[in-house]
Design a protein. Structure first.
Length: 257
C-alpha cells in the first residue's frame, strides 16, 4: 500500500485516503474508503463497534498488522500527526512514573526546553485540562489513574510532541456523562488555542452534533455517508445515518445537559 508524503497532498490537506481497502484471508475488513481531512477541521468518524473505525485510524498511522493486505492510497505526513487511543492507560509503562514518561518525551525533542520550562509547560497543561496538584500527580504511576485522568495525561503527552493533527479514538467512551462533558470542554479549549486539526472517532452522535465540522458514517467496513455536519444532520441519505440521528434525538428527550 502506498503511503505518500506531504508533497502529494494540497497545502490544506492533512490526511487523504483514496480507494482504500483492507483484506485478511479473503475477508474484506475495509472497503473502498475515501476521505480527506483538511487543516482546521474537526472531522468525526462515527459508527458502531466493529464498523472499522479504529482499523482505519491505525492504517493511517501505519500501525496495522503486516499480515493484513492493504490496497489503495493514504497520503499523510506522520511527523504532523499524533494519536490518543481508547485505552490510554495500556499505552503507558505501568512501573514508570508520569514524570519519567514526560522526561522521556522531552528527551526526544530536537529543541529541548530547560527542565524548569518543561515542568512549567506540563503543569500549565494539566491545570488547563482540569487536573489538580500537578506536582503530586507526576509522582504517580499509570495504574493509579482513573480512566478520565489517563485520557487527559495521554492527551498532554501528545501535545508535548506538538502535532498539527490529533487522532482521538473514542476518548470519552470510558467516562460518565459529567466527566465526558468536562473532558470535551477542556479539549476544545486546547484545540482552539493551538489551532489543531482533529480526526475524532466516536459512537456518540451527540458529540458529532456539538463539535464536528465534517462527519463520515461507517458501517460494516464501509463509509456509507460523508459530508459537512450540517449537511449530514439536515439531509441524511442512508437509513443507518437516519437511525443514528433518531436514536440520539430520543436520548436527548430524556436527558438534561
Amino acid at each position: 500500500m502506498p503511503i505518500t508524503q506531504q508533497n502529494v497532498r494540497t497545502n490544506d490537506e492533512i490526511i487523504s485516503v483514496d480507494q482504500f481497502t483492507i483484506m485478511h484471508q479473503d475477508r474484506i475488513l475495509l472497503k473502498d474508503i475515501a476521505m480527506t481531512v483538511t487543516k482546521g477541521a474537526f472531522y468525526c468518524i462515527i459508527g458502531e463497534s466493529g464498523s472499522g473505525k479504529t482499523l482505519l485510524t491505525r492504517a493511517i498511522l501505519q500501525m496495522n498488522a503486516p499480515q493484513l493486505e492493504q490496497k489503495g492510497t493514504i497520503a499523510v505526513d506522520l511527523v504532523q500527526v499524533d494519536a490518543v487511543f481508547q485505552d490510554a492507560q495500556s499505552n503507558m509503562f505501568q512501573n514508570v512514573t508520569l514524570q519519567k514518561h514526560f522526561n522521556a518525551l522531552y528527551a526526544t525533542k530536537s529543541k529541548r526546553p530547560s527542565r524548569k520550562d518543561q515542568q512549567s509547560e506540563i503543569h500549565q497543561m494539566m491545570t488547563q485540562l482540569g487536573l489538580s496538584q500537578p506536582e503530586q500527580l507526576l509522582k504517580r504511576y499509570p495504574f493509579e489513574l482513573s480512566g478520565g485522568m489517563a485520557q487527559r495525561i495521554a492527551f498532554i503527552m501528545a501535545l508535548v510532541r506538538q502535532p498539527d493533527c490529533l487522532i482521538l479514538d473514542e476518548p470519552t467512551s470510558a467516562l460518565d456523562q459529567e466527566n465526558s462533558q468536562k473532558f470535551m470542554h477542556h479539549l476544545m479549549e486546547v484545540i482552539r488555542q493551538r489551532d489543531l486539526t482533529v480526526l475524532f472517532v466516536t459512537h456518540d452522535f451527540n458529540l458529532v452534533r456539538r463539535y464536528a465540522t465534517h462527519v463520515s458514517v461507517m458501517k460494516s467496513g464501509e463509509m456509507i455517508e460523508s459530508g459537512s455536519v450540517t449537511q449530514i444532520l439536515s439531509h441524511p441519505k442512508h437509513p443507518y445515518t437516519q437511525q443514528l440521528i433518531e436514536a440520539a434525538n430520543r436520548r436527548n428527550a430524556y436527558v438534561t445537559y
